[in-house]
Design a protein around this ligand. Structure first.
Ligand SMILES: Cc1cc2nc3c(=O)[nH]c(=O)nc-3n(C[C@H](O)[C@H](O)[C@H](O)COP(=O)(O)OP(=O)(O)OC[C@H]3O[C@@H](n4cnc5c(N)ncnc54)[C@H](O)[C@@H]3O)c2cc1C
Length: 382
């Protein structure tokens, strides 16, 4: 067993760390208040190759692996978890194209995403279908040589960004003999007739990442915009979500590390009863517990990413990493505010932003409850 990162993985992690420390972390609070998305930061991330790390060089990617992609997400999320989630969802959209696309689809859609010139989205959730993904009702009907898409998706990350280009969605194209929905996935370019980006949600956190409603009204697609195998759309989409869960775990670890770093500095400087508060066990043990939990979550997401890179099953490990890391970060963020006392509740201090960001990790890309269902189903199989 070798826990050491390769030279290339170390290079990518250090490059992302340096970028985050220099360009994201010092301005994240200010960017959040600016009420616009940080396109200049996304452009810099694209220049550094962050959006394309695990994708094939032939299609504009970096030819790296998912360990590196997740190390990048961890580092970026130390600066701002919203940008970490932006990366996660773009990577999912790009990955679905890479895995299921025809050569023609890959050549057409993949390079702008892998090079970070465009941002991608992933559409599964609907107003009446969240955890119960099999109950989606968005329809895709074949009319002569075109697919006609109708329905709504909600909570769609990235689609409201000015630089987003496409979404991959799952939709229902009929019923089989057992009365079950036949689902397909489609690539839909943003802005074609009938593609309606709706309201931008006013979220409590992750404000640097866009989340919007999306509707399709008689949205017509050429027949060859269907992605992957006919009738396997939901399975394809859910397989991608499993990869995305590793990324949410990495994002949670980055955010938790930011909480620990801020709390450690504060605890060394804040004087009460004539001493820095780090000298009180009530504070220092919290810091120790944070460090232990972060390390465990980091090892969990790295193992899941390594399994994926090795072509081995990773369903259990991805869900386990997500549930552990997302619940860990909520506790770590709460303790970070506690260590900062009253100051921690004020928006002048970064920990208040971290606290607002932490909760969503247990919800996006499948709730903790749904992860526990996946984990239970996989018990005994590894
Ligand atoms: C910021 C943000 C970004 C998002 N981005 C995207 C995106 O880009 N694309 C996308 O498709 N979706 C996205 N989502 C949606 C997200 O994946 C869903 O919110 C999530 O899957 C939960 O669905 P729901 O909100 O409908 O909750 P529901 O499914 O209604 O669940 C409500 C509660 O009931 C619990 N519950 C439901 N069923 C069970 C069960 N069988 N057993 C036990 N408990 C259960 C849930 O765990 C939860 O606690 C995003 C969400 C957020 C908040």
């Amino acid at each position: 067993m070798d826990f050491a990162l390769s030279e290339e993985q170390t290079r990518i992690r250090n490059m992302c760390r340096q970028f985050t420390e220099g360009e994201i972390a010092p301005r994240a609070d200010e960017m959040e208040r600016a009420d616009d998305y940080p396109y200049h930061i996304m452009d810099r991330m694209a220049d550094l190759g962050m959006m394309g790390i695990p994708f094939h060089e032939e299609y504009g990617g970096g030819g790296g692996d998912w360990v590196s992609m997740n190390l990048c997400i961890e580092e970026v999320s130390k600066g701002d978890a919203g940008l970490g989630i932006m990366l996660d969802i773009t990577a999912l959209c790009t990955h679905e194209l890479e895995v299921f696309g025809t050569e023609e689809q890959k050549r057409r859609w993949l390079p702008p995403l892998a090079r970070g010139e465009k941002i991608g989205s992933f559409g599964l959730t609907e107003p009446h279908a969240g955890s119960d993904a099999a109950s989606i009702s968005c329809t895709a009907t074949l009319d002569a040589d075109e697919w006609v898409i109708n329905g709504r998706k909600q909570f769609i990350t990235n689609i409201g960004l000015g630089n987003s280009s496409i979404i991959v969605i799952a939709a229902v194209s009929g019923m089989n003999q057992q009365g079950k929905s036949i689902t397909n996935t489609f690539v839909i370019p943003k802005g074609i007739p009938g593609f309606i980006v709706g309201r931008n949600y006013d979220k409590i956190g992750l404000r640097l990442c866009a989340t919007n409603e999306l509707a399709f009204k008689d949205c017509r697609l050429p027949r060859d915009y269907l992605l992957g195998e006919v009738g396997r759309g939901l399975d394809q989409h859910l397989a991608m979500a499993q990869t995305g869960r590793i990324c949410v775990a990495a994002c949670s670890v980055g955010l938790a590390q930011a909480c620990l770093d801020a709390s450690l500095s504060y605890a060394k400087e804040r004087i009460q009863f004539g001493r820095p508060i780090i000298q009180f066990e009530g504070v220092s043990f919290k810091l120790a517990d944070m460090a232990v939990a972060i390390e465990a979550a980091r090892l969990m997401y790295l193992k899941a990413a390594w399994l994926k890179d090795s072509g081995l099953p990773y369903r259990f490990e991805a869900s386990a990493a997500k549930v552990y890391a997302s619940e860990m970060v909520e506790k770590v963020a709460s303790d970070a505010v506690q260590i900062h006392g009253g100051y921690g509740y004020m928006s002048d201090y970064a920990v208040s932003r971290y606290y607002r960001q932490a909760k969503v990790m247990q919800i996006a890309l499948g709730t903790s409850e749904m992860q526990r269902i996946v984990i239970t189903r996989n018990l005994g199989s590894n």
